[in-house]
Design a protein around this ligand. Structure first.
Ligand code: GYE
Length: 345
């Protein structure tokens, strides 16, 4: 064989490998929400309830805990066949997954809408197919409430109000109630219910305090990386920041890193007041250490509540349209070691 021919054979071999790899990858991706007809038949034989779940992604510790809560409940032992899909932060992937659940004739569709708009078409398709849709965590914006059977999640507006009320009380305690207070807000995913609710709730309280100046509200995507970037920019833009409101713990970790890098102290004995949301274990440790002033809890353990709704529907009963999960507020005063040790996320 000439050198030219050997080169050609090597290239052809590489191309073939790439094609095979691609086919394998695509097959792997498909598996995520394709249970296959034999699985489906088995589900029928075993009398399993088929639940298709479209999760937003895995952007935060909260989201991972939310996913675990669902996976722990919808098990074969409990009588379910779970078809789980991770949409990797893309609405189009969620729509694709829901269409897939419809074509696989799932008994129930559960999903957390990444943003509120743009669901009517696919929800009509589910309704046409007679599949009840249960929303978790975030809401959809629709004129037709019959497009979903139930919603389970948090009162995000109240969470925002809680953050604002806590700040008002704290400033009062610190005898700073009349001082000008410079605030920056790191928001979560654009158009998502948690971002909208937390923003509106906090702004509602802020509007009643003339001395609170919101310098900027900026998007941090609910991720540490984006928050780091934004916090750095905010520090460069505004010299004097008194309060950072960060709409989830993952962003707060980025905020704390950036402030520390800039030599600025935070928390109960520091220069900048830090308000966070979610209250995952690693953040509660920072509340206990005094680095985060307050953490407004957001409860990710929604699996059991969703199951209750499904059980009711299975029994031919009507389910509550809206159910709120219980939540609290954590400061250094009520974060005990026992609470941290027993936290499952
Ligand atoms: O706070 C954040 C997550 O919608 C409640 O999304 C959820 C939020 C949660 O990524 O950490």
């Amino acid at each position: 064989m000439t050198a030219w021919m050997t080169g050609f054979a090597q290239k052809a071999g590489k191309a073939a490998c790439a094609v095979i790899l691609l086919i394998l990858l695509l097959a792997g991706c498909g598996k995520q929400f394709d249970v296959g007809s034999s699985e489906r038949d088995k589900a029928e034989d075993e009398d399993l309830i088929v639940v298709g779940v479209s999760q937003i992604g895995s952007e935060s510790v909260w989201r991972t805990a939310n996913t675990a809560s669902i996976q722990n409940v919808f098990t074969r032992e409990n009588g379910y066949l779970l078809i789980f899909d991770n949409a990797r932060q893309k609405q189009e992937n969620q729509i694709k997954a829901i269409r897939n659940f419809i074509s696989q004739q799932a008994d129930y569709i559960v999903f957390s809408p990444i943003e509120e708009d743009g669901w009517d078409d696919v929800l009509y398709e589910a309704k046409e197919a007679g599949i009840p849709v249960i929303l978790m965590d975030r809401m959809v914006q629709t004129e037709d409430e019959s497009l979903f059977t139930a919603w389970i999640g948090s009162d995000f507006f109240q969470e925002g109000v809680n953050a604002g009320n806590w700040l008002a009380g704290y400033l009062e305690e610190q005898k700073r109630a009349e001082e000008e207070i410079n605030i920056v807000v790191l928001q979560g995913t654009d158009g998502g219910t948690s971002t909208i609710g937390r923003t509106n709730g906090f702004n509602d309280v802020a509007a009643r305090h003339d001395n609170w100046k919101i310098l900027e509200q900026t998007g941090g995507d609910f991720t540490t990386a984006k928050a780091r970037e934004e916090m750095k920019r905010l520090l460069d833009t505004y010299g004097d920041i008194d309060v950072v409101v960060s709409q989830n713990d993952d962003m707060t970790f980025g905020v704390l890193e950036e402030l520390e890098n800039a030599g600025i102290s935070t928390g109960t004995d520091g220069d900048v007041i830090v308000i966070s949301f979610d209250a995952v274990r690693s953040a509660l440790e920072k509340v206990q250490a005094g680095l985060i002033n307050v953490d407004i809890e957001c409860n990710p353990e929604q699996g059991p509540y969703i199951e209750q709704v499904i059980r009711k529907l299975e029994d031919g009963e009507q389910a509550e349209k809206y159910s709120y999960v219980p939540e609290q507020i954590f400061t250094r005063d009520n974060v005990t070691q026992e609470l941290i040790d027993n936290r499952s996320y």
